[in-house]
Every structure is written in structure tokens, then in C-alpha cells.
Write a protein that binds this ligand. Structure first.
Ligand code: SAM
Length: 296
């Protein structure tokens, strides 16, 4: 069945793949993904098959399929997925490690940790690896095709890691659907949270549509978006400073207040940035030379 709405719940994982492979996903969500986005006769690709769930779903549905994994020698961070498959994918299914929540190499397979394994990296390398892997997947997908990334969030030592949001922000394509998948029978079900923290009981399937452009072009667009976001952040910060009771502000006073924020940004020209931001007449009024107030 195709997805009926943006929430999916599958109490049983179904008889697909190795159920003993830790961090495996239910085959039902892959089946629904194919029924929603894969055209008849289309090719489905999974670069990280783990315990083979997608492979079994494809077989049961009679779908053309190519699947592999780091455990089989294919590395999404050094090998070109499109070249490996030898044809453009109509859909790609990707279920990456949720950082180091479950370590794969040296644990689920192999004798030792593999440095290319996304579950064996520090957080910065993992973030960069996600961006690179997504570009590889994007370029392996046919124009007009789709890729779905199933991602979970985690809490570690009290810190919340919102990986699904990260995927959304850095993906080189347009998000077309977001499916919240309710988690059943996870390890964390049995942990006690002494009422203080909310137990994470969902994952997200983020579905992207590949337009005619290559991933690198989208990366440039993403960077532009981030720079645009940075400009907005500056504006919000200075508006916040001027929101306080005092009516007018000298430049020196604004500098003083904004300094802790500005220094975090490691921008040595931050005073010029403040003056440039204050020139936006929609929000700031210059009442005298070097004196400003917030536009009411
Ligand atoms: C969450 S598991 C996939 C589970 C699978 N969907 C299933 O149902 O069994 C993530 C997989 O990513 C693989 N992986 C980690 N780093 C990789 C890399 N650099 N290239 C390809 N696969 C990688 C791991 O070996 C692991 O099997």
C-alpha cells in the first residue's frame, strides 16, 4: 500500500531481511516507499542494505534491485554509486547508521572497526560523511526520480541530536515528503527516563525528488541559503538588543551589547557588520549620527 498520510506505524517488521541485524528496519516501510514513488519496472537501489531487508522486499515485489553495503566492500564515501550500479536508479532507499547508536563494523560484521563506517566516526566527520553520501545518492538517481532517507534522532549524555533535521537542511534536493515512523520494541523502550526526558519513539523518512541538476550545484545553493540565514541571524540579534527599554542606542552601546554574540561568530569585521545591518530601514531608524532606535 502507498503511504496514506504522513504518519506510519508497523507493529510487526515483517518477514524481510535478517531480524538479528541490529538497527534493521521493517520491510513494510520500504514496500510502502516503493508503492508510493517507484514506477512500474523501475530500478531500486540501496547502498547500505545491512541485513538485506530491502533486498527481500524487492524480491517479494518483483522489483529490479541493486543493493550493497560497506560490509560487502562498497563505500559510499569513496565509490561512485551510479558507476557501481551501472544504470540510473529510479529510486534509492537509504537507511544510514544513526551515528554511533549502533556500531556496525567490528560488531555486526567484520573483525574490527572500519574508519569509513559512518557509525565509527566522530560527530563532525559523521556530519560531513552524511552530506557527501547524500550527494553520491543524488547523482545516482535519475532526473525525476526519488530518494528516501530513513533517519532517527538520538539523545546522548542529555544532548539531543536531531539528525533527521540535519538531513533535511543539507540534502541536495527538494524535500517532497516527510513520513513520521512510529518506533516499536526499541531498546530504549525498556530504559527508565525518571520522568524528566521524553522518550524518542519515532524515526523520519525524508523523501527527496531529484531535479535535473547535479548535487554540487545544490550544494552551492545550500551554502547561499546558509549565508542568507546568517544575515537574518545578525538582524534578529541586533533587533533583540534594541528591543530593551532604552529608546535610542549609540553605536558604542550596540557594540558593547552585541560583542558576546559577534565574537562567537569569529568575524573580525563585526563592527562593520553591525553598521551594515543597522542600515536596514525596515527595522532600524537612524535618529542622529551614530544613534539608532527600533522602528515601531
Ligand atoms: C541502519 S543499517 C541498515 C539496516 C538495513 N536497512 C536493514 O534493514 O538491515 C546501516 C548500514 O550502513 C552501512 N554503512 C556504514 N557506513 C557505510 C559506508 N561508508 N558505505 C556504505 N554503507 C555503510 C553499515 O554497514 C550498516 O549496514
Amino acid at each position: 500500500m502507498s503511504f496514506q498520510n504522513s504518519v506510519a506505524s508497523y507493529p510487526n517488521r515483517g518477514n524481510y531481511g535478517k531480524s538479528s541485524y541490529r538497527g534493521n528496519c521493517t520491510g513494510h516501510i520500504i514496500r510502502d516507499f516503493c508503492e508510493s514513488y517507484l514506477k512500474t519496472g523501475g530500478l531500486l537501489v540501496d547502498p547500505s542494505i545491512g541485513g538485506g531487508t530491502s533486498q527481500d522486499v524487492a524480491q517479494a515485489m518483483g522489483i529490479n534491485f541493486v543493493g550493497t553495503d560497506l560490509s560487502q566492500g562498497f563505500n559510499l564515501l569513496t565509490d561512485d554509486l551510479g558507476g557501481f550500479v551501472g544504470a540510473e536508479a529510479d529510486c534509492v532507499w537509504w537507511h544510514p547508521p544513526y551515528w554511533n547508536m549502533i556500531r556496525y563494523s567490528g560488531n555486526q560484521w567484520g573483525e574490527e572497526a572500519n574508519p569509513w563506517d559512518l557509525s565509527q566516526m566522530n560527530i563532525n566527520d559523521f556530519t560531513e560523511a552524511l552530506i557527501l553520501a547524500m550527494m553520491n545518492i543524488h547523482d545516482a538517481t535519475k532526473s525525476g526520480g526519488y530518494y528516501g532517507i530513513l533517519m532517527g534522532n538520538m539523545r546522548k549524555q542529555g544532548k539531543y541530536y536531531n539528525f533527521s533535521s540535519l538531513i533535511e537542511r543539507v540534502a541536495p534536493a527538494r524535500l517532497v515528503d516527510e513520513i513520521i515512523k512510529v518506533q516499536h520494541n526499541t531498546m530504549s523502550d525498556s530504559r527508565s527516563y525518571n520522568g524528566k526526558l521524553v522518550r524518542i519513539a519515532h524515526e523520519k523518512l525524508l523523501v527527496f525528488k531529484k531535479e535535473a541538476t547535479a548535487a554540487l550545484y545544490f550544494l552551492a545553493k545550500t551554502m547561499n541559503r546558509l549565508e542568507q540565514g546568517l544575515k537574518l541571524t545578525w538582524k534578529a540579534a541586533i533587533r533583540r538588543v534594541l528591543q530593551t527599554q532604552k529608546k535610542t542606542w549609540s553605536l558604542a552601546e550596540v557594540y558593547e551589547k552585541i560583542k558576546p554574540f559577534a565574537e562567537q561568530k569569529e568575524n573580525e569585521h563585526w563592527k562593520a557588520k553591525v553598521r551594515q545591518t543597522l542600515a536596514d530601514e525596515r527595522y532600524f531608524k537612524r535618529v542622529d549620527k551614530g544613534v539608532y532606535e527600533l522602528v515601531a
